[in-house]
Design a protein around this ligand. Structure first.
Ligand code: F6P
Length: 546
């Protein structure tokens, strides 16, 4: 029996949006602002310490009204409540989706299969706090009795991107007498460069893997173990230099890590939603247990906002809906994330996994092909102002429409002369230039030779949102991450995709396992790939020793 398609594009709200887009979609932001000077103060929303200005998106009050109607029709609020109450909304894996439980207060009760998970969450947080405090104070020593000076997180995907992003983002608050490194790539260069100047006797490895079977992490962890043992010469050293963060106690034991040094989490935490679980152990060691609790407080504040704010003033809902509008009605295929804060330099990379692994889907929850609308956009970005001197040319004058999310702060953590005003001036200037551009007449009026007028004209009408917060603090980061987590959720509900599985990563893993056997076989293997893969494989085998 054929699976019923989603019919999203036939819903009343979608058809109304399509008609509205047809009638008004080409309206220029210049005209929208000229006709409605109040929009810059009206098309904004605030919550959990974040101020969102979406007035430079190509929307009107009517667009927003219809988008909110779409969210209502698609049942965003009901799905949100189902998620928050522990329903198994990750249907392809039969799992609840409860990253919100990771930041729930001790007094909360959230049931999964009839069991309250909040006490376990806090038990792990308490153990993490105790361990982090001991590493930070020097009470936890290495095998030879030396103090731990270096913490190396070994993980990949959600077990790396969250920790590395959070460490960079919150570096201002980090213990400066500890060195933090992050190893993810199976390329041996990553581990070699991360450890080359470290003393094994002073180094603690945090092996972070939900499954504890991931090829990259297990390979790196095994090499790290060999590096420690080569220097310290005693198997018992492993217990002092390796701790694990995982859901898989059996595999952790097999690796030789004492389960007493394992910090657990649960199958209802997706890898890309795990930076506030025990996967955040390196973050907690860096910023301390109190700082980590502040981070959780920021997440919680945004969760609460998402749960209670009306849809038309709900930041994650608005960000999610604007993404749907840009992707499905204005035809944008990408979103640029542009933090004007050096500490957020890894934030775009973090968001790539969060957004693209979640909503990069081509079938509905029921399994029907999605044929007549687009799902998750391509996320990428770099911190401002660096991006301005590389790819912003395309944002301003290219043929592609690239909606932008600007992120900035009113106060800097490193006051230094005029730097911060210059930084923020650039943030504001870019949003303005993208929206309003510069007309040919304006260019001519400057005395530009006619032949250069087309080159120096800026079309404008390029949409952006600006997220402004007071200061980058642990709580601000938590709120920012939760904002995008729930925006991704909102979009997943509208597009009717399972935002919490990632089957698309499996095929490559299986093929790599087959190929590695062929690369490592002593005899010339019978190759059964396509002619291109066979030829590349043969060439590699023939030349790798040179
Ligand atoms: O391959 C994708 C993925 O499963 C991600 O979803 C996950 O964050 C990453 O691998 C790492 O997985 P693990 O934490 O189990 O090592």
């Amino acid at each position: 029996m054929a699976i019923e398609p989603t019919w999203l594009t036939r819903t009343p709200a979608w058809t109304a949006l399509a008609a509205h887009c047809h009638a008004t979609g080409t309206a220029h932001l210049r005209d929208l602002f000229a006709r409605d000077p109040g929009r810059g103060e009206r098309l904004v929303a605030e919550g959990a310490g974040l101020y969102l200005d979406y007035s430079k998106q190509r929307v009107t009050d009517e667009t927003m009204r219809l988008l909110v109607r779409l969210a209502e029709e698609r049942g965003v609020a009901a799905r949100r409540d189902a998620m928050l109450s522990g329903e198994k909304i990750n249907v392809t894996e039969g799992r609840a989706v409860l990253h919100v439980a990771l930041r729930a207060p001790r007094s909360a009760r959230i049931l999964v299969d009839g069991k309250d998970v909040v006490p376990e969450v806090h038990a792990v947080l308490d153990r993490m706090s105790d361990f982090a405090a001991r590493v930070r104070s020097g009470a936890w020593t290495g095998f030879t009795g030396k103090r731990i000076r270096n913490v190396v997180n070994v993980g990949i995907g959600g077990s790396d991107l969250g920790p590395v992003m959070a460490y960079e983002a919150l570096r201002h608050y980090a213990a400066r007498d500890l060195v933090f490194r992050f190893v993810s790539n199976v390329d041996g260069t990553d581990l070699a460069e991360a450890t080359r100047d470290l003393d094994p006797a002073e180094t603690l490895f945090v092996v972070s893997s939900k499954t504890f079977t991931t090829l990259e992490t297990m390979t790196n962890a095994a090499s790290a173990r060999a590096w420690v043992l080569a220097a310290l010469g005693d198997e018992r050293a492993v217990a002092r230099h390796f701790v694990a963060v995982s859901t898989n106690e059996g595999e952790v034991r097999k690796f030789g890590i004492d389960p007493a040094n394992m910090f657990g989490f649960w199958d209802w935490v997706g890898g890309r939603y795990s930076m506030d679980s025990a996967i955040g152990l390196s973050t907690m060691i860096a910023i301390g247990p109190e700082g980590f609790r502040e981070l959780l407080g920021g997440f919680r504040a945004m969760d609460e906002h998402f749960r209670t704010a009306p849809l038309d003033r709900n930041l994650p809902v608005l960000v999610g809906l604007l993404g749907v509008w840009n992707t499905d009605f204005l035809g944008a295929v990408t979103v640029a994330v542009l933090p004007y804060d050096q500490y957020l330099k890894r934030f775009p990379a973090y968001l790539q996994q969060l957004t693209m692994e979640s909503n990069g889907k081509r079938v509905s929850v029921a399994g029907a092909p999605i044929a007549d609308y687009s799902t998750g956009a391509i996320y990428w970005g770099e911190p401002g102002t660096n991006g301005q001197h590389s790819f912003y040319q395309l944002l301003h004058q290219g043929t592609h429409l690239v909606p932008c999310d600007f992120i900035g702060f009113c106060r800097t953590l490193n006051p230094l002369g005029r730097h911060h005003d210059l930084l923020v001036a650039n943030l504001l200037a870019q949003g303005e230039a993208l929206a309003f551009g510069k007309t040919a007449d304006e260019v001519r009026a400057e005395g530009t030779p006619e032949r250069l007028v087309p080159h120096r004209t800026f079309p404008g009408n390029r949409p952006s949102s600006t997220i402004l917060a007071d200061r980058l603090e642990p709580a601000t980061l938590g709120a920012l991450v939760a904002l995008y987590e729930h925006a991704v959720f909102t979009q997943g509900v509208i597009w009717d995709v399972d935002s919490f599985d990632q089957w698309g990563v499996e095929l490559g893993k299986v093929l790599a396992t087959r190929i590695v056997a062929e690369l490592e076989s002593a005899a010339e293997p019978a190759l059964a790939h396509d002619s291109s893969t066979n030829a590349l494989l043969r060439r590699y085998r023939a030349r790798r020793g040179q």
